[in-house]
Design a protein around this ligand. Sequence first.
Ligand code: GDG
Length: 473
Amino acid sequence: AAGTPGSPRSADFVVVANRLPVDRKKNKDGSQGWKTSPGGLVTALKPVVQAHGGAWIGWGGSADEHIDPFTFDGHGVVPVDLSSDEVAEYYEGMSNTTFWPLYHDCVEHPEYHREWWETYLEINERFARAAAEIASPGATVWVQDYQLQNVPALLRSMRPDLKIGFFLHIPFPPIELFMQLPWRFQVIDGLLGADIVGFQEPGSAHNFVRLGRRLGGLRTYRDKLFTTDGRTVTAKAYPISIDSQELLDLSRTPEAREIARQLRDDLGNPERIFLGVDRLDYTKGLRHRVQAFGELFTSGQLDPLNNVYLQVATPTREGVRRYQILHRDIDEMVGRINSQSGRIGRTPIQYRYSSYPKLALAAMYRAADVMVVSPLRDGMNLVAKEYVAAHDSDDGALVLSEFAGAALELTQAYMVNPYDVNGMKNQILRAAGDSHANHARRMRAMRKQVFKHDIEAWAGSFLSDLGSVPDPQ
Ligand code: GDG
């Protein structure tokens, strides 16, 4: 569909996120158009934005390009332009080389650069201004994620009449780590501009409250922080989820069944398929996981004749150095392991550095006997939930890191500490060898959880809490 040009009307519900909910596409007649982006957040929030005739503010994804606001599919689209220098400093720098590692337990060293911070603030102000311009009086604005932590306070200073929610998709770190940040006061103040600050799990919410008390000197009570300007901010967990039914339906289509069958065939019809699906990110624990499988295959504890480990690693943040190093390391590890185990015609690790259509992923989840999700730290991890929803048989098993937010909900998974390679090897073997009865019991319990608490429930519970925040005085 082509968007309708012209500034969207003022909106009483506004989403502010780093990325817009639309991607460019080429129409049949060769002209440029837009299509809705894939992904859970868009699936969850788009209907809400549509219902309100609301607007979505975000970056279009390519630098040095100006896009005018337009109306698309019943909601406003308000692009925020970024130059390539701004992308380097605000996005690749401050967001993905400072906040991302700092908030993930410092599994890689965060870098602190004053220029990045300056640009980060400038861009946050640009997003806030766009929201201030389009929000109608008393509107609700929902700001998303670590790229935009200063938007709540900036927006509140421009528009004190608004209800402002913020949701952090990644972990919020313990005070001992957060204290490293040279701009720690500003970030806390930025977040405190919201009425509700939502996190993936209670531990993160608790870290934030503690920080508000210790660093901000605020009075707090349970999940409430009382700001110096007389407002109450709630810090609470809203564990995000997936569109479980949609994914299950997809995995049940004849197309998905056929792709799954073909996949088993292509892999040589092994007794067991182990699967990993991750963005190629250092937080996802790929090095440790590949090491564990490598040892299982070379020692013969997993026989390469009957077992295959399929790892899909989706390209991501390829402009950031740490990601380039990780890419090279995993290529090298997989090559070494495959050359040392298996035999001609049998490659124990099937590694794809590539992204796949959702249908293919659904088919992979369907085909996988054991799903291995072993991040070193993860806000939630949707892949774990997707496997549970899409693996349409009781005979499946999920190996899950205790450091993923999902571990609090998917308690019937085979839990691992990903740093403990021996422990992980044992759990992988245990998950693979467990009885059908145990598999079935665990899968059913997890399925119940994922179908009851889906993405719609997530958005609904955040927005209903935000709706009951008293109007600003
Ligand atoms: C952040 C937080 C939190 C992956 N490869 C392909 C593909 N994917 C999809 C998966 C899943 C999504 O990407 C990844 O979500 P995760 O939750 O696993 O991880 P992050 O990207 O790090 O997400 C995380 C999340 O935000 C939501 O709040 O859970 O903790 O880090 O949906 O299926 N999708 C397609 N092709 C691929 O190759 N189509």
